[in-house]
Ligand binder design. Structure first.
Ligand code: NAP
Length: 248
């Protein structure tokens, strides 16, 4: 039977690379995006042209009603998912906390933490053996920022990633007896559009000398770790973290 995966925020960057790789590994892929339909449909097209199955769903995953509707559309289109990648994460312009508007802090926290909690909740309803599901696997996309704290850049973002780490530990234990493994990846400096949102398009290149491997990472390098954690090869791995950060 075909396995179905939902990857939040998969129109671009790490999410898009994960979607393409998941399709290659035989998953039916549910992509999600906020506003860039063209990019999401572009990834769907590549998957379908290569013989895979995929569909893109617009939904703001920080909204409970939109998440509930997203999961019910996927139920109708593909049946229950067996894998969830909580990939959505945003950051805003680099600054110290004192300069951050409340509305920005609220948006970052809602998007990065609330989305993860509510998407995981809907996935558990469908995957947990306690509720008649067949089990499954969740991978959270955290960040090395949960360890560095991102001072003078985005402590709001780094704090949200600290919360994702704690959630990964707690949920992995909560769900261990229900057939669901929960793990996280912590990417370092990866070449994606996110750095433009922080106001520094070339951030990875500026900082790459500080990385032990002396280069920034590619989205596919994170995707490879995500797909391994989801796979049966990682069947005895739960509540753990894979740092994909070139040694940082
Ligand atoms: P990105 O290139 O900026 O892509 C962000 C994706 O999230 C897009 O698909 C965007 O959709 C979607 N999105 C944003 N807000 C959303 C919302 N409320 N609901 C649904 N979708 C939403 O990001 P990325 O760099 O690949 O980052 C992916 C994850 O990796 C994030 O959790 C990030 O924190 C983490 N990470 C990244 C790095 C790095 O260096 N890149 C390092 C550490 C951790 P649209 O295209 O429609 O806007």
């Amino acid at each position: 039977m075909k396995r179905t995966i939902l990857i939040t925020g998969s129109s671009r960057g790490i999410g898009a690379a994960t979607a393409l790789l998941a399709a290659k590994k035989g998953y039916q892929v549910c992509l999600n995006y906020l506003s860039n339909a063209q990019a999401a449909e572009g990834i769907v097209k590549v998957i379908i042209e290569n013989g895979g199955k995929a569909k893109a769903y617009q939904a703001d995953v920080s909204s409970e009603s939109e998440v509930i509707s997203l999961f019910s559309k996927i139920d109708s289109d593909f049946g229950s998912i067996s894998a969830l990648v909580n990939n959505v994460g945003i950051l805003e312009k680099q600054s110290s906390l004192i300069e951050m508007e409340f509305i920005r802090i609220q948006k970052v926290i809602n998007t990065n933490i609330i989305s993860n909690l509510i998407c995981s909740k809907e996935a558990i309803k469908r995957m947990s053996t306690k509720y008649g599901g067949k089990g499954g696997s969740i991978v959270n996309v955290s960040s090395i920022a949960s360890k560095t704290g991102s001072p003078n850049e985005y402590v709001d973002y780094a704090s949200s990633k600290g919360a994702i780490d704690t959630l990964t530990v707690g949920l992995s234990k909560e769900l261990a007896g229900e057939g669901i493994r929960v793990n996280a990846v912590r990417p370092g400096f990866i070449y994606t559009d996110i750095h433009a949102d922080g106001g520094e398009v070339n951030r990875v290149d500026r900082l790459k000398a500080s990385i032990p491997l002396k280069r920034g990472g590619q989205p596919i390098e994170v995707a490879n770790s995500i797909l391994w954690l989801l796979s049966d090869e990682a069947s005895y791995v739960t509540g753990t973290f894979l740092d994909v950060a070139g040694g940082r």
